[in-house]
Design a protein around this ligand. Structure first.
Ligand code: PGA
Length: 256
């Protein structure tokens, strides 16, 4: 089995105003594990990227952005480009988060445009996939994850896959307090890895790709989830807003 370093992301979503964001970032620099056994990134709201970036500068925490637009510049009112994010010290981007797909209406084709542009810009990419409750109940979990993975990664070169992490986030588990059982999550992760091996790249690349779990991961369930062989850390929403909870999850992931 390939040993993959776990990767934990803290997605702050549209939460925390200036002073709150700065406080949390300061607390994280003091409480996050300093081990190199886990990679850690935080994703503050756009408006506070610069402030948070200054606070975590020099630490091992990476600065991430929750979204961007794939065009380099021009008449795209309200959007932010990858080079603007690079200017701010951002090195990781989330793409295709379920809230962007299901609330904002992003399509697989837009998700793919963003993946290709971000890789070209040398960003680390976290591509999120996951089924809705309706799709799960209709037995379509693996088909949906495979479709979103294949369409999202269309045109990505094998050598670019070192920059890519996937996040399996069942939509019905995000922010709901409902978590996929470790066995269900493991099964979904394994199918995603098989899709990477059989339909896109090869087993070696599939074995090296990290797949995070996201959806109500908390200190109390992180150990069980991260203990599964194909779960390589987590993408955390609610529990990322409390320094102690996020630090505990990072510790757990590092110790698996
Ligand atoms: P949650 O969010 O941990 O609050 O469920 C996860 C995510 O949206 O990435």
């Amino acid at each position: 089995m390939t040993s993959r370093k776990p990767f934990v992301g803290g997605n702050w979503k549209m939460n925390l105003h200036g002073a709150e964001a700065q406080n949390l970032a300061t607390q994280l620099t003091e409480s996050l594990p300093t081990t190199d056994k886990v990679d850690i990134a935080i994703f503050p709201a756009f408006g506070y990227l610069a402030q948070v970036g200054k606070i975590i500068e020099g630490s091992s925490i990476k600065l991430g952005a929750q979204d961007f637009y794939h065009q380099p510049n021009g008449a795209f009112t309200g959007e932010v480009s990858l080079s603007m994010l690079t200017d701010l010290g951002v090195s990781v981007v989330l793409i295709g988060h379920s809230e962007r797909r299901h609330v904002i209406g992003e399509t697989d084709s837009l998700v793919n445009d963003k993946v290709l542009a971000a890789l070209e810009a040398n960003m680390q990419v976290i591509l999120c996939v996951g089924e809705t409750l309706e799709q799960r109940e209709a037995g379509k979990t693996d088909a949906i994850n495979m479709g979103q993975t294949l369409l999202g990664l269309a045109g990505v070169k094998a050598e670019q896959m070192a920059q890519v992490t996937l996040a399996y986030e069942p939509v019905w588990a995000i922010g709901t307090g409902k978590t996929a059982t470790p066995a269900d999550a493991q099964s979904a992760h394994l199918h995603i890895r098989q899709a990477l091996a059989q339909s896109l790249f090869n087993q070696k690349i599939a074995d090296a790709v990290r797949i995070q779990y996201g959806g109500s991961m908390k200190p109390g369930n992180a150990s069980e989830l991260c203990g599964e062989p194909d779960i390589d850390g987590g993408l955390i929403g609610g529990a990322a807003l409390q320094a102690a909870d996020f630090a505990a999850i990072c510790e757990t992931a590092a110790s698996q």
